[in-house]
Design a protein around this ligand. Structure first.
Ligand SMILES: [Mg+2]
Length: 384
């Protein structure tokens, strides 16, 4: 597949509905019922260590979420997922969560670490950018509107011997269209290798740290032209900066923040200027502001009849007295909610990173509970 065909493909994806910013219509399929009184509160759930461990629901999460819907399965309480994880599009993640948790979840209810990258598309829409991480990082970026994006797997495949350890790597990697195509050695290769990479997006956890650190140092030291002379560092964005997170293994796993430290340490040793980067995700206040806007829009759309066009102008102005953040990571979920301040109320569960008996000494939550089910029970009792 040639670059041009790829660009057309990316542009087709882009012409589908953009998920961000959210329109009133995005919520229109959530509830067909008109609520008499609008909800005065909203809930943001972290996923890993609160709702799921790996792919297994924990802490009574399916039962807890079911209580946020009415008997006919329509949403009655505005809630979203606010996760630093990612690697797949919001629509794919919503579908997967719906299956795992047994309730209907709309893509508009899923905010991932990389969701803020949607707002950078105007700056890099036609520029060559590289997307790093597990899952489908380039597809995620294409869906956001980036027209000239390559995954680091594809990008690295254009440069012979860029990874000296490749012959020793025994795992099987899925060959993509580019890697299989004859263009790799001809037009597309020349085209990609001669273009400057203008930005790198760490969309999700790096799968091959050694190759990614090597190739990223090549891109970032040379002004986006691996193998060439030292140049101005292209922009670098991380979807999150979590040092650790709770996955299926009993002890926490190293997250994107750990990868950032590794990349930064190496880069700063071999380059005269320190690495510059921007990290999104919790606890960044930007993420909590975005979550508040989404929850207000969602609350409004649940209250008003979606057929009443005059109400659309007010969407987003709906007042919510309390916003609950339920998370397992004190330095990410609780720190973020505390920094965001009123009307956020933080609830810390013991099903993930935090396992203490009392409150966390540094990032104290407003409430500490064992499970997400307990948290939802507390909220519904308090708000009834
Ligand atoms: Mg978590």
């Amino acid at each position: 597949m040639g670059l041009r065909r790829f660009l057309v493909k990316a542009s087709e994806i882009r012409n589908r509905k953009r998920l961000w910013p959210i329109s009133t219509r995005s919520f229109s399929n959530i509830s067909s019922q008109i609520q008499s009184t609008p909800a005065s509160f909203g809930i943001a759930f972290d996923i890993d260590g609160v709702i799921l461990r790996g792919e297994t629901p924990i802490g009574g999460s399916p039962q807890a979420l079911k209580r946020l819907y009415n008997n006919s399965g329509a949403l009655r309480i505005p809630y979203i997922f606010l996760t630093n994880g990612g690697g797949f599009s919001e629509s794919k993640r919503a579908l997967e969560l719906s299956k795992l948790l047994g309730v209907h979840i709309s893509p508009s209810q899923v905010v991932q670490g990389h969701s803020p990258f949607k707002q950078l598309v105007d700056r890099f829409e036609n520029e060559l950018v590289v997307a790093v991480g597990k899952g489908e990082p380039a597809t995620v970026m294409s869906e956001y509107g980036y027209k000239n994006v390559f995954s680091i797997d594809d990008y690295a495949s254009f440069f012979e011997n860029i990874d000296p350890l490749l012959p020793y790597k025994k795992w099987n990697t899925k060959q993509t269209d580019y890697q299989n195509s004859n263009f790799k050695d001809t037009a597309l290769k020349n085209d990609v290798c001669s273009q400057r990479v203008q930005a790198v997006f760490i969309v999700s956890d790096s799968v091959d740290w050694s190759r990614d650190i090597q190739v990223l140092c090549d891109i970032l030291r040379t002004g986006g032209l691996p193998g060439r002379e030292i140049g101005h560092q292209p922009e670098l964005f991380f979807a999150s900066d979590d040092l650790t997170y709770q996955a299926a293994f009993p002890a926490e796993r190293l997250g994107m923040g750990a990868f950032r430290i590794a990349l930064e340490s190496v880069f700063n040793k071999i380059h005269p200027k320190a690495l510059k980067y921007t990290a999104y995700g919790k606890p960044n206040p930007f993420v909590f502001n975005t979550a508040e806007v989404l929850l207000r829009q969602l609350a409004q759309s649940l209250h008003h009849n979606v057929h009443n066009a005059t109400n659309h102008a007010n969407v987003g102005n709906h007042h919510l007295k309390t916003l609950y953040m339920i998370g397992d990571n004190p330095s990410v979920d609780i720190h973020g909610a505390r920094q965001a301040g009123h009307p956020w109320f933080s609830i810390l569960t013991r099903t993930g990173v935090f396992k203490g008996r009392e409150n966390h000494p540094k990032f104290q939550a407003d409430l500490v509970v064992d499970t997400v089910e307990e948290a939802v029970d507390y909220i519904l009792r308090k708000e009834s």
